[in-house]
Ligand binder design. Structure first.
Ligand code: SF4
Length: 394
């Protein structure tokens, strides 16, 4: 049974969005239909490609600092149009560091004024900006900081902040932000990096497997609500984000070390502190991720979750910036007409994009949701509404 954060079938079965899902299933069952839903339920919103860190492992290295930030007017009008068409949640995230965008605070304010759920994924390097917007957040919102280390030494080596900032300083600011407004959940994100991986410039990456337990202790002491562990992703020759698990003895050794560290971290669980492993890390560590690489041909998640960036709209975060999964320009949702047109283009794209082939090397956390929608399409059944969880992040 997946954790609720990763149980995308349970999220899609929530009564408040069941009609939206039924519209998608009907559109898929009838090749001539458009996409009446119009907009995804959840978006990743990349405000900028600019970043104030120089991380050795940045998956978005090629698009980093590659152009202007998202135009504020386009972002705001897109949010309004998409909300009218069914948008429920916004995750301000990558491609760059969201807090670097000059209108970051205004965008957070607009998201909350529209009644949307808001999440922020940040490197934490501008603690004062995060503290200011954190006062706007409400229950169900969250902030996740990409910290990836249990010591400042490893933090500096992995992230290379342009303006000096220490790991302890970031953690201390979280404690203060939670005092200002306890409504939002704060997460300490740790991307697990192991020996043998290389960065975008071919230099070997820092390893941090040995700091998993120390990071969990630091997160707990600093007042974070949880720490989450994910595997380091690497882009394959075709541009897709994949897990490069070492073969043979090295893979077994890594599995043993990872299990040991995760058990030590897990011992710190408490009613106020969670220790979370991502679905793909858990599957890779158990050597059981092959079913998550067996995608159905149609990736219906394109209808429910998309990525808006200053360089265009993409269907999946695994193909951020990749023309093969591009759904339109940056202003593809800036207005009602563009929103309807993008919905129709999304449908055509889902039919043309063969996920079974394109994503065959990707350990995809949406695999079960895609299979579930596929089964509804085949049987013609309507969505059987499940529990109202109140979590619309996809
Ligand atoms: S199958 Fe998974 S990895 Fe592939 S496009 Fe869909 S969500 Fe992304």
């Amino acid at each position: 049974m997946p954790r609720i954060e990763h149980d995308f079938v349970a999220k899609l079965r929530q009564p408040h969005i069941a009609d939206h899902v039924d519209d998608v299933v009907a559109a898929l069952a009838n090749d001539d239909a458009g996409f009446p839903g119009g907009a995804p339920i959840s978006i990743n919103l990349d405000l900028t490609t600019a970043c104030n860190y120089r991380c050795d492992h940045c998956i978005d290295y090629e698009i980093l600092n590659s152009g202007p930030g998202y135009d504020q007017g386009v972002v705001l009008s897109s949010l309004v149009s998409m909300t009218l068409a069914g948008l429920r949640s916004v995750i301000l995230i990558g491609g760059g560091e969201p807090t670097v965008h000059p209108h970051f605070a205004n965008v957070v304010e607009a998201i909350k004024m529209l009644g949307l759920q808001c999440a922020i994924v940040s490197n934490g390097g501008r603690p004062e900006k995060l503290r200011r917007v954190a006062t706007l957040l409400t229950g169900g919102d969250w902030v996740r900081l990409s910290l990836d280390a249990g010591t400042d030494e490893t933090f500096q080596a992995m992230h290379q902040p342009v303006r000096p900032v220490r790991l302890e300083e970031i953690c201390e600011s979280v404690r203060e932000a939670k005092k200002d407004n306890p409504a939002a959940r704060w997460g300490f994100s740790f991307i697990v990096s192991w020996s043998g991986l290389s960065g975008p410039n071919e230099r070997p990456l820092e390893t941090n497997v040995h700091e998993i337990a120390a990071a969990a202790a630091l997160a707990k002491d600093s007042g974070f609500d949880y720490i989450s562990f994910k595997p380091m992703l690497q882009r394959d020759a075709e541009g897709a984000e994949t897990i490069a698990w070492p073969p043979g003895v090295d893979g077994e050794r890594l599995r043993a070390e990872l299990t040991h560290q995760l058990e030590k971290a897990g011992a710190l669980r408490a009613s106020t502190f969670q220790v979370l492993e991502s679905l793909n890390l858990d599957a890779a560590a158990k050597g059981a991720d092959s079913h998550l690489r067996d995608q159905p041909s149609r990736c219906a998640m394109h209808f429910f979750r998309q990525v808006l960036t200053p360089t265009g709209v993409y269907g999946c975060a695994a193909y951020r910036g990749d023309p093969k999964d591009r759904l339109g320009e940056a202003d593809a949702y800036a207005g009602v007409r563009p929103t309807l047109a993008t919905g129709a283009r999304t449908h055509a794209h889902v039919e043309a994009f063969d996920a079974a082939h394109e994503c065959r090397n990707i350990t995809c956390i949406y695999n079960s949701a895609n299979r579930w929608v596929d089964s509804l399409r085949e049987t013609g059944e309507a969505t059987a509404a499940g529990a109202q969880i109140g979590d619309y992040y996809l």
